[in-house]
Design a protein around this ligand. Structure first.
Ligand code: ADP
Length: 372
């Protein structure tokens, strides 16, 4: 035993320590890149891709290790950023708009890495910002649209106020006429502000699912009663078929806005222009859903407009909408309410044959069973 120990000690004392196993930089690099949440490519000194981490693979499934970077990213700005990073020994940044197969925008950082056994590398970070950019553009468009919608009635109000203070100061007839137009314009601004506030309230609560039982049949009946005088003025008949209660999970006030917008639109744009001036409203149960259908037999909507109708401020005919007191926000509100209720909206229309708007919402009973 003592002799054995002596051998070990003398071996330790005499022999130089065994060299560590050769270090494999590429294996370490792969492990580090795999742990990063961002999409990263490693490029060698010959501009070839030597590593693709999983997030980068998810963004670009066709990337091939060993292929030149230029064969995948045909973007002179990115290739210049790689060159500059290498020459300056510092991080460079650029953006890259990929156009095919779909448009995607990336923020790109290129960082040189020196001192590796496997030679100098550059790491290319790809951060997709298409969604951020899209939201930013939507926000800018939204503010521009909202301001434009406000400005028209506001300039008309200012114009009339100046006329009433000046040339029409003592004109009784003109005053009565102008005041009634001013009232209309002020009401239009009030409607716009109401719709904008409702939209922002619903957007704030989009992630919160409503919980109360609401009878969709009662909601539809209430709106039919409320809108009957308006329909009557336009010579339109409202026909409601809601033979039994249809209890959905909902927020009553929001569902009232949905029914009101759809039925009012059908009267304004559909039935009042139709040979058959009638709006049919149906409420029924269909499997796990409550279904509200509003159908008119009016001029219908051309197919290219249908996918855009629920965008804020989108109108088929802006002049007609404004003349009828529209704000261009009704269907956007409907879409948001339906999304918050985890429901669906479908629009079916043919030019010359009328339009059908269908909203489906989960039934309260289905909700109770799921929760049980
Ligand atoms: P608005 O305040 O203009 O009524 P909406 O968002 O409710 O805004 O509707 C957007 C546009 O959709 C309307 O301006 C109109 O052009 C079109 N539209 C909506 N419902 C109908 C319908 N039943 N028939 C024909 N066009 C319709």
């Amino acid at each position: 035993m003592a002799r054995g120990l002596g051998k070990v000690l003398s071996a330790l004392a005499l022999d130089p320590p065994a060299p560590p196993p050769p270090h494999d930089d590429r294996a370490s690099l792969a492990a580090i890149l795999a742990a990063l949440p961002e999409a990263v490519l490693a490029i060698d000194a010959d501009d070839r891709i030597i590593k693709v981490n999983p997030p980068a693979r998810a963004l670009f499934p066709s990337l091939r290790v060993g292929a030149p970077l230029a064969s995948h990213l045909r973007a002179p700005d990115v290739l210049d950023a790689v060159l500059d990073a290498r020459e300056a020994g510092a991080t460079t940044r650029t953006t890259w708009l990929e156009r095919v197969p779909v448009e995607r925008l990336f923020e790109i950082s290129v960082a040189p890495v020196a001192g590796l056994d496997c030679g100098p590398l550059v790491l290319v970070y790809l951060h997709e910002i298409s969604e951020t950019r899209r939201f930013e553009r939507m926000r800018v468009d939204f503010i521009a649209n909202a301001s434009h919608e406000m400005r028209t009635p506001l300039s008309s109000l200012l114009g009339f106020i100046e006329t009433l203070q000046g040339p029409a100061r003592n004109d009784e007839t003109a005053r009565a006429k102008f005041l009634s137009i001013m009232r209309e314009q002020a009401q239009r601004m009030a409607r716009l502000v109401d719709d904008l506030l409702s939209l922002s309230r619903i957007e704030q609560h989009l992630h919160l699912k409503p919980k109360s039982p609401v009878d969709l049949a009662l909601v539809a009946r209430h709106i039919v009663d409320t809108l009957t005088p308006l329909a009557h003025d336009d010579g339109v008949t409202l026909q409601l078929r809601a033979p039994e209660p249809v209890i959905v999970i909902g927020d009553r006030d929001e569902l009232v806005r949905v029914a009101e917008n759809l039925i009012e639109n059908a009267i304004k744009y559909g039935a009042s222009e139709a040979a058959e001036p009638m709006v049919e409203i149906e409420v029924q149960r269909v499997r796990g859903d409550g279904r509200l259908v509003v159908r008119d037999h009016g001029p219908g909507i051309a197919p290219e407009h249908i996918p855009r109708l629920t965008e804020r401020f989108y109108r088929v005919d802006a002049g007609q909408s404004r003349a009828k007191g529209g704000t261009g926000l009704g269907l956007a509100l409907v879409k948001h309410v339906v999304a918050r209720h985890r429901g669906h909206i479908a629009i079916d229309s043919k030019l010359g044959e009328g339009s059908t708007f269908e909203v489906r919402l989960p039934l309260y009973s289905a909700h109770a069973e799921v929760d049980a």
